[in-house]
Design a protein around this ligand. Structure first.
Ligand code: AMP
Ligand code: MG
Length: 496
């Protein structure tokens, strides 16, 4: 990495609070330069939100920044240390192929981590090469931007560059680096790292940092106990995760590797590895080839979130109360909040998907019976709700059965019992049921064109459709089509 890239027009405006934490939390590290960087995709609207000039970002000097060949003025690159439970097993981890360049202060004052993913080896690389391949980095770009457009908190993707180098996986692949933007990269695993390998003071330092950065309203609370700020932090983290996982479930998103190092304290979705969107509704759906026991299946995501939050709570225990049994009691109470907060957010979201206003006794049963029918008939999750939105009641595979007619009558009766106009109901459903999700076969088609043929048009068109999921334009209808062999099980791979 060359020392600096002085380009005032670009708009880089770094302030690096993470680099001010004790060195226990990171290792200062520069990216390993790459041979011939080339910009593949740049997110102009995100650049503007960050106060960056898209034209200047396209310059050779700045493409060198995205490649890790130059450090922008004010950045202090470092690799973050963390640990985590991977498929239930505790391991020391850390940024093995990523670097935090620094924190960009956007024009409104908001602070964003700017991270390079695929930037070379670090002290946390273990056996890995520190590199990433083009396909998986474009995949993260596409899915994270689709999630953002769906209104789901997520890290974002600013740019992807190819490195001009080959990364060795089962075969040689084109190397690439993703520039990832996040509210922060502090994970449950960062707390586990502090609790396992540090002093109690380190956990406190980290907790105070997270409070300052993500929950500043808690900073004034007492030191510990029932009214203390660390218990409040746990409660807030539980609440954000409950809201987040409810949103995932409502669009059929399956994260794939909900390890504790892949759960961010900001409440954003993070680390798009073997994730995918469900087609046919089935709670047991798993895409990841490495998830042999279905630990991270669609229907397990809420309970895995609680499992991960329990690891977070364990790290915080010494801060919650001086007496351990009291600390455990407080932590358990906070964790119990997940179930009802998740249920409430999810049911509210399902009401919106069905155009229901207000709350009625039978709503939960109405939703459950619909999902049971969808499961039984392997109905497509997204398209069933679209069919209901646009009055195509004969379209789902259960059409023609008496159970379907019966369910439709119950739903119609519920709609007839509310005072809102048909137009208001339709509008609510249009805004709650996406016309497009990043279906696996369409994502694969875009990646194949990009990686194999250097054709980025397919991906651009897909991104256009995905970034306005509630527009319901005629062009988007094309993206609602199911894969030709829709019963062929789709598999994502972790060799990213
Ligand atoms: P992930 O599965 O992407 O959440 O990564 C789990 C851990 O493996 C993290 O500590 C990563 O930094 C690390 N890792 C993943 N791929 C590589 C690689 N190619 N080289 C070095 N470390 C890696
Ligand atoms: Mg990870």
């Amino acid at each position: 990495m060359s020392p600096s890239n002085d380009n005032p027009q670009t708009g880089w405006n770094f302030d690096n609070t993470y680099a001010r934490l004790p060195e226990f939390f990171f290792t200062k590290q520069e990216a390993k330069p790459v041979g011939s960087p080339k910009l593949i995709v740049l997110n102009d609207p995100l650049a503007a939100e960050l106060g960056l000039d898209p034209e200047a970002l396209r310059s050779e000097a700045n493409v060198a920044v995205f490649a890790g060949n130059e450090v922008p003025t004010g950045a202090e690159p470092l690799a973050q240390a963390y640990a985590g439970h991977q498929f239930g097993h505790f391991t020391m981890l850390g940024d093995g192929r990523a670097l935090l360049l620094g924190e960009q202060i956007a024009p409104g004052g908001d602070r964003f981590d700017i991270q390079l993913k695929g930037s070379g080896r670090t002290p946390y690389s273990r056996g890995g090469d520190g590199r990433a391949a083009l396909g998986p980095m474009l995949r993260e770009y596409i899915i994270s931007e689709a999630m953002h457009a769906l209104g789901i908190p997520t890290t974002r993707s600013l740019a992807v560059v190819t490195t001009g180098e080959t990364v060795v996986r089962e075969q040689g692949l084109r190397g690439a680096i993703l520039t990832r933007v996040a509210a922060s990269h502090v994970r449950v695993g960062t707390f586990q790292y502090a609790a396992q390998f540090g002093e109690p003071a380190d956990v406190r330092t980290l907790a105070d940092y997270v409070i300052q950065r993500h929950y500043p309203e808690l900073a004034e609370l007492a030191d510990n106990g029932e009214a203390g700020r660390y218990l409040a932090l746990l409660r807030e983290a539980v609440q954000r995760q409950a809201a987040l996982i409810a949103k995932w479930q409502l669009v059929g998103f399956i994260h794939g590797v909900m390890n504790t190092d892949n759960m961010a304290l900001s409440g954003e979705t993070i680390d798009y590895g073997p994730c995918a969107f469900m087609d046919a509704y089935d709670p047991a759906t798993v895409f990841s080839s490495i998830d042999r026991h279905g630990r991270y299946a669609y229907g397990n995501q809420p309970s895995i979130a609680v499992w991960n939050l329990s690891r977070f709570a364990e790290s915080l225990l010494p801060l919650l109360h001086e007496e351990e049994d009291q600390a455990v009691r407080l932590a358990e109470e906070a964790l119990h909040g997940f179930a009802w907060q998740f249920e409430a957010a999810w049911l509210q979201g399902m009401r919106s998907k069905l155009g229901l206003f207000g709350e009625q006794e039978g709503d939960a049963a109405l939703v459950k019976d619909l999902l049971d029918l969808m499961h039984q008939h392997r109905a497509d999750f997204t398209n069933t709700f679209l069919a209901l939105t646009f009055g195509r009641r004969e379209e789902p595979p259960m059409a023609g059965t008496s159970e379907w007619s019966e369910w439709l009558s119950r739903w119609q009766a519920r709609l007839d019992g509310q005072t809102e106009s048909q137009e208001a109901v339709r509008e609510r459903m249009r805004r709650s049921n996406p016309a497009v999700i990043p279906r696996n076969h369409r994502v694969e088609e875009a990646l194949e064109a990009a990686v194999e043929r250097d054709d980025y048009g397919v991906m651009q068109r897909l991104l256009e459709a995905l970034t306005q999921p509630f527009a319901h334009t005629p062009e988007q209808a094309d993206y609602a089509e199911l894969p030709a062999a829709c019963d062929r099980p789709y598999r994502t791979f972790c060799g990213t």
